[in-house]
Write a protein that binds this ligand. Structure first.
Ligand code: UN1
Length: 512
């Protein structure tokens, strides 16, 4: 059973010694107030302990917030272009460290090297992009309605930001939050996911080496209830940004509202890819495999529903399933592997549980569905790429976020019907359409209820300078990436300068 693997003895002192990582508060490495630690294990081979991290509690959050508050009084006054130079330098350093950090990430998260390199690259892209923002941070200057009066709006930092990040993009998503936050002059306390803290340490170490001053970024590791909750409740944290499940988002949003924090929630998805009769099927099949099984299906943007028009349904299903069966599953450090393990025992159990749910709902299991636990697989959380066909859009496997390598294929009559199926869901993160018909493409771009729509590409692959986020239960209206991030981490201040040397009354002093 998976839980046995979790309690397997730690191999320490053979090839490498397991390193103990402390919290990073005010530029110092400090132990948690609890004196407790937890292990970060490799999901492809749970005998390997990647690192030992601090199991923190409220007192550690309080210390980190105090440090961040002190640092804020100076950091906010550093000119934004100077802050940006540090971030730019970090981007250059990350390029040099990319291979090392990608390997660390594959060891702690499981996704294949090609993808962890992409994850580190996404942090590099964000760093270059946000470094540029340091010389923009534009706000409006606009005419006053009164003579000899100047009007403009400037962006101001918020103060201490609390960042709660997930395990599936352990460097990219921290970069989406940390970099705009510090470019805007805020200071941060970050709680990385307990499954993947090392990548956050690698990222923050690089920022520190590049010159981010002490206290500007603080890391507190641990679990949601003991670290995330005190952050969300802390009166001195002025903004919370969470990427996580819709359930956790609801709790975080409700709690953050009590102290009037800015709150950005990036939550679940159940992303549809529509394939119309006129689509380039080769392209759609490759896209659907990448979108469905890339990152072992563990992306908020994963292509978890494929809605195929009836004229190409049989051919698509047959060819898609044939290809899914041949995907090479294994340890992502092996360059030939195409799909890694689930992140942990709980996630694997969820994935296998949904296979049972799909079967009992009457969907046809066309391939996969089993755990892989023999030979090289025995120490990891591996499972076969799984495809259900003839799925009814109302089934739970077509409605609920699984976050694993389980794809549901649904038949549709035409574009209208496909969009109805696509939209009839609580989530609205990403979406996609394969067609060669420009009229249909534009209709779908308008009508799909999602924060992101791809045409002739799967539902994954967002670029960092465009808004990232979703509608409905996927979020609360904020966007990461692009200028939306700068909007989230700043507050507008409108400034009026009256140089008339007399009292002028807006709305009242009007020429006859
Ligand atoms: C996620 O889906 O959890 O768009 C983040 C992508 C990546 C980020 C995904 N750039 O696929």
């Amino acid at each position: 059973m998976a839980t046995d693997i979790l309690t397997a003895p730690t191999i320490v002192g053979t090839a490498t010694r397991t390193r103990v990582y402390k919290n990073f508060i005010d530029g110092e490495w400090v132990e948690a107030s609890t004196g407790e630690t937890f292990e970060d294990r490799n999901p492809a081979d749970t005998r390997e302990v990647v690192g030992i991290f601090q199991k923190s509690a409220k007192a550690d959050v309080d210390a980190a917030v105090d440090a961040a508050k002190r640092a804020f009084s100076k950091w906010r006054l550093v000119p934004a272009p100077r802050r940006a130079e540090i971030v730019y330098r970090a981007a250059e350093m990350l390029i040099e460290r990319k291979e090392e950090y990608s390997r660390d990430m594959t060891r702690e998260m499981g996704k294949i090297l090609k993808e962890t390199r992409g994850d580190v690259q996404e942090a590099i892209d964000t760093a270059y992009y946000m470094a540029g923002e340091g010389r923009r941070m534009f706000g409006p200057t606009t005419p006053s309605e009164l003579p000899n009066k100047f009007a403009m709006a400037v962006r101001q930092p918020l103060g201490v930001c609390g960042l709660i990040t997930p395990w599936n993009f352990p460097m990219a998503i921290p970069s989406w939050k940390l970099l705009p936050a510090i470019i805007c002059g805020n200071t941060c306390v970050i709680k990385p996911a307990q499954d993947t803290p090392l990548s956050t340490f690698n990222f923050v170490r690089t920022l520190t080496d590049a010159g981010v001053p002490r206290g500007v970024i603080n890391i507190v590791t641990g679990f949601g209830g003991r670290v995330g909750s005190p952050m969300t409740e802390h009166p001195d944290i002025r903004a919370i940004s969470l990427t996580g499940s819709t359930d956790v988002g609801r709790t975080v949003g409700t709690t953050a509202a009590k102290t009037f924090k800015h709150c950005s929630l990036e939550l679940g998805g159940k992303n549809p890819m529509i394939v119309l009769d006129d689509a380039n099927l080769d392209l759609a099949i490759e896209g659907g495999l990448w979108g469905g099984f890339g990152t072992t299906g563990q992306r908020c943007t994963a292509t978890s529903r494929i809605i195929v028009q009836k004229g190409v349904y049989s051919e698509f299903v047959e060819r898609y399933v044939e290809r899914a069966k041949t995907l090479r599953v294994g340890n992502g450090l092996d360059e030939t592997i195409e799909m890694g393990p689930a992140i942990n025992a709980g996630q694997l159990q969820t994935d296998l549980g949904y296979v049972e749910i799909g079967r009992s709902e009457g969907a046809k299991l066309k391939c996969g569905g089993n755990r892989l636990d023999k030979g090289d697989y025995q120490h990891g959380f591996f499972m076969e790429p799984t495809v259900f066909i003839d799925v009814d859009p109302k089934m739970r496997i077509a409605q609920e976020e699984i976050f694993g390598p389980v794809v549901s294929i649904i038949a549709c009559e035409n574009l209208e019907h496909a969009i109805e199926i696509a939209n009839n869901i609580q989530y609205g993160l990403s979406s996609s359409l394969y067609t060669r018909d420009v009229n249909k493409a534009f209709a779908a771009m308008r009508d799909l209820q999602a924060g992101i729509t791809y045409v002739n590409a799967p539902t994954i692959g967002a670029e960092v300078h465009l808004p990232f986020g979703g509608v409905k239960a996927t979020g609360n209206g904020h966007r990461e990436g692009g200028i939306g991030a700068i909007d989230f981490y700043t507050e507008w201040k409108s400034v009026y300068v009256d140089y008339s040397d007399r009292l002028q009354k807006a709305q009242i002093d009007r020429p006859e």
